[in-house]
Design a binder for this molecule. Structure first.
Ligand code: WT7
Length: 633
C-alpha cells in the first residue's frame, strides 16, 4: 500500500480533469482509493454516510487508525527513519533544529507517556497554548498518539479568550511555556495562563515548557515539561482510534456569539489533507516545504503538521516574525534551508513588498519551485510582486481558498498541473463542487457573474460539528441553502470556470488573514462603562487586506480623552491585540432601520471614505445621523 505513495500524484491537466470527474461521479470510490495511501488497522464498514440537511457526516466509519502512527511510524517502517521530518527555525537567526522521523517518534512517544502519566486518556481534551517551538508539533502528535483531542489556542489570544476556549471544551490539561520570543519582544505567556486558569475549574494539570529561561517558579501542582519527560519511557504504542473519533477541536470566530469549536475527525481529515498537500504543492520526495502560518490556526494544523507528515515530507516551522531582525528574514530562511515550496499569507506579502527589494535580492531564492497564498483574497499588485520578485516568474502560485471548517484546501490551482490566474483561487479540488447563488437564493450557471458560494457535496475533511452545539453547526452552515454547505463567502466565476473569492457576505471581517466576527468585538466595546452602543465594520486596508472601523456612541462626551486606548486595552484583554480596530470614531448616533437594526451597509461606505451616494436613506429612523457621521469621519 505505502509503496504506492506517489501514485496519487497528479502530473497533468488532463489527469486533473479525469480525476475530478471521477471524484464527483463516484466520490466514495474516489476517496476510498485515496484512503488506501494511509495505514489502517481495520478497514471501514462503510465509505460515507451523509445527510447534509442534518449536518450528519461520516467517512470510513468502523475503520481504525492512528494519526500519529500514520504521520511518523509508517515512514520509519518504510525505511525513511533518517529522513528529516521537521526543520525548526527559531526567532533568533542563529537557532535552528532538525528532527528526523526517528527522532520525532522518540519525542512524540515520550511526550505521549507524559500525557498518560498525567492521567490523559483517549477522548480527553488537552489545550495547547504554546509558541511555535518544536514541542508544539510534538504535543499535537502526542495527543493524537494517545487519542486525546487537542485544542490548540493561538498564543496571541488573551487570557479571557483562552479561558473561554478551555472551558468550552472542558480541557483537563493545558500545555504552555514560561514565555515566548517574538521579534525583539518577550511575551509572558505564563501570566496569561495563570490569569485564564482562575476561571477554569476543569483543568487538572499544567505542564510548562522552559522556553525563555525566565526563572519563574511554578504554582502548586504545576510541572516542568522536562522534569516530566525525565520520568517516562520513550516508547508509546499508538492508540487505536475510529475513523470518526475526533482528532482535534479548533476555534474560529463566528459573526455572532462565542467562538465555535470546530471538531475534526481522524480518518476523513487525514485522507483529505494528505492528498491535497501532495497535489496542491506538487510535493516531491526530497523537497523542503515551508508554510509560515502558526500551528494555532487551521493552516498550521493541516499544512505544517498533518498534511506534510502524512506524506513523509520535510516540513518547516518558524518561531519568529517576517520583520526580525529585518524584512529579509523570510528570504534568508529560504536560502538557508533551500526551501522548495513556500506558503504564506497575502498580508505578509503586502507588508514585505513595502520595503526595498534589497531585502529580497540579497538572497539566493533559486531553490523555490512553488509559491502559495492563503487566508484572504490576494490583490493583483501583491500577486505580481510575489511572482516577479520571489518566484522570479518561474514558480507557479497556488492561491488556496478554504476555511477552518473545511479542514483542507477547497479551491486552488494545482502547482505545475492546472493554470493559476492572478486574484483567482481558480478550480475546485477533487470532490469539491462549488455552486453560486443569486441574492434570491437561486443557484445559477451563468459565468462572469458574482454570487454567493455554496458547496454541493461533503468531502472527507469537513468539520463534523461544533463542539457541544450541533444545532448551531446545522444552522450556521447548512440552513442557508438546504442541501449545501454555506461557507459565508461571495465569489465570481469566469468563463473558464475559475473562481475568484470576493470576500465575506456575513459580519465576519478577514483582517490580516484572520477571521474576526464583528459582533463579539462590539460586545467587548460595549462593556466599557462609558459606551452606549457601537458598530464595527471592515474596510479595505493596504497591508492587512481589511481593517476594523469602530463607530462608538458615548454616554458622557466629556470623558472621551482616553477612550481610544481604553477600548483598545479592553479588546486586547478580552480577545487579543489582533482584534483592535484601526480606527475608532465617536458618533452621536448610528443609522438604524425602523425596526432598530443598524444599517451596516452605510457604515461600511463611510469607513471606505464615501461622502455621499448612500442610496435611499429616507427609510431610516434617523436619516440626519448619516451626514453627522460623515462630517466626523
Ligand atoms: C476565510 C476562512 C484557510 C486558512 C486560513 C483562514 C478567507 C481564506 C482565501 C483565499 C480569498 C480566502 C475566506 C474564508 N479566505 N483563503 N485564498 N482567497 N479568501 O481560515 O480563519 O477559517 O478563514 O478566509 O473569507 O471564508 P479561517
Amino acid at each position: 500500500m505505502y509503496k504506492d505513495k506517489n501514485k496519487a500524484h497528479i502530473r497533468t491537466e488532463n489527469q486533473y480533469k479525469e480525476e475530478y470527474k471521477k471524484s464527483v461521479e463516484n466520490h466514495d470510490l474516489f476517496w476510498s482509493e485515496k484512503a488506501n495511501r494511509l495505514n489502517w488497522y481495520k478497514e471501514w464498514d462503510r465509505i460515507s454516510d451523509i445527510d447534509f440537511e442534518k449536518a450528519h457526516i461520516k467517512w470510513f466509519e468502523g475503520a481504525k487508525l492512528n494519526a500519529s502512527y500514520n504521520c511518523i511510524d509508517r515512514h520509519i517502517e518504510n525505511g525513511d527513519g533518517d529522513k528529516c521530518a521537521i526543520i525548526w527555525e527559531g526567532n533568533n537567526p542563529n537557532e535552528d533544529k532538525h528532527y528526523t522521523y526517528n527522532q520525532l517518534l522518540e519525542e512524540v512517544s515520550a511526550f505521549a507517556n507524559v500525557l498518560k502519566s498525567n492521567n490523559i486518556k483517549k477522548g480527553d481534551r488537552v489545550c495547547i497554548y504554546l509558541p511555535m517551538v518544536p514541542e508544539l508539533a510534538v504535543a499535537v502528535l502526542a495527543c493524537a498518539r494517545v487519542g486525546a483531542i487537542h485544542s490548540v489556542v493561538f498564543a496571541g489570544f488573551s487570557s479571557s479568550a483562552l479561558s473561554a476556549r478551555i472551558n468550552d471544551a472542558s480541557c483537563k490539561m493545558i500545555l504552555t511555556s514560561d514565555g515566548s520570543f517574538r521579534g525583539n519582544k518577550i511575551i509572558d505567556l505564563k501570566s496569561i495562563v495563570d490569569e485564564a486558569l482562575k476561571d477554569c475549574d476543569c483543568v487538572d494539570s499544567v505542564i510548562v515548557l522552559n522556553r525563555i529561561n525566565s526563572g519563574i517558579t511554578l504554582n502548586k501542582n504545576e510541572k516542568w515539561w522536562n522534569d516530566e519527560l525525565d520520568k517516562v519511557d520513550d516508547y508509546f504504542p499508538a492508540e487505536i482510534m475510529d475513523s470518526e473519533d475526533p482528532l482535534f477541536i479548533l476555534y474560529t470566530s463566528g459573526s455572532t456569539g462565542k467562538p465555535k469549536g470546530m471538531v475534526h475527525s481522524s480518518g476523513g481529515y487525514m485522507v483529505y489533507t494528505a492528498y491535497s498537500f501532495k497535489n496542491v504543492f506538487d510535493y516531491d520526495d526530497d523537497d523542503i516545504y515551508w508554510c509560515t502560518a502558526d500551528i494555532g490556526w487551521i493552516t498550521g494544523h493541516s499544512y505544517i503538521v498533518y498534511g506534510p507528515l502524512l506524506n513523509g515530507a520535510t516540513t518547516m516551522m518558524f518561531e519568529g516574525v517576517p520583520s526580525y531582525p529585518d524584512f529579509g528574514r523570510f528570504w534568508e530562511i529560504c536560502e538557508k534551508h533551500k526551501v522548495n515550496q513556500f506558503y504564506t499569507a497575502p498580508t505578509a506579502i503586502r507588508a514585505l513588498a513595502k520595503h526595498p527589494l534589497d531585502f529580497v535580492n540579497k538572497y539566493d531564492l533559486s531553490s523555490l519551485k512553488v509559491l502559495g497564498t492563503v487566508g484572504e483574497p490576494i490583490n493583483e499588485e501583491a500577486w505580481n510582486w510575489y511572482n516577479e520578485n520571489i518566484g522570479k516568474n518561474k514558480c507557479p502560485i497556488v492561491d488556496t481558498w478554504w476555511q477552518t471548517e473545511t479542514g483542507g484546501i477547497m479551491i486552488t490551482s494545482l502547482a505545475n498541473v492546472t493554470k493559476g490566474k492572478p486574484t483567482f483561487a481558480t478550480k475546485p479540488m477533487m470532490g469539491i463542487q462549488p455552486v453560486l447563488f443569486d441574492e434570491n437564493g437561486n443557484e445559477f450557471d451563468e459565468n462572469n457573474k458574482n454570487g454567493i458560494l455554496g458547496i454541493k457535496y461533503p468531502w472527507p475533511s469537513i468539520a463534523r460539528t461544533i463542539y457541544g452545539d450541533h444545532e448551531r453547526y446545522k444552522n450556521v452552515y447548512f440552513s442557508a441553502y438546504p442541501g449545501y454547505y454555506f461557507p459565508g463567502d461571495g465569489a465570481f466565476r469566469d468563463e473558464e470556470g475559475n473562481y475568484r473569492i470576493t470576500g465575506r457576505v456575513d459580519d465576519v471581517v478577514i483582517v490580516s488573514g484572520h477571521n474576526l466576527g464583528t459582533a463579539p468585538i462590539e460586545d467587548v466595546i460595549n462593556m466599557h462603562d462609558n459606551v452606549v452602543e457601537s458598530a464595527l465594520v471592515g474596510y479595505p486596508h493596504d497591508i492587512k487586506g481589511n481593517a476594523l472601523y469602530a463607530f462608538v456612541i458615548l454616554k458622557d462626551d466629556s470623558k472621551k480623552d482616553d477612550i481610544n486606548s481604553e477600548i483598545n486595552q479592553l479588546i486586547s484583554k478580552s480577545i487579543g491585540p489582533i482584534a483592535k480596530p484601526e480606527k475608532i470614531q465617536l458618533v452621536p448616533g448610528l443609522p438604524k432601520t425602523r425596526s432598530g437594526k443598524i444599517m451596516r451597509r452605510i457604515l461600511r461606505k463611510i469607513a471606505c471614505g464615501e461622502k455621499d451616494n448612500f442610496g435611499d436613506i429616507s427609510t431610516l429612523l434617523n436619516p440626519e445621523i448619516v451626514e453627522q457621521i460623515v462630517k466626523g469621519s
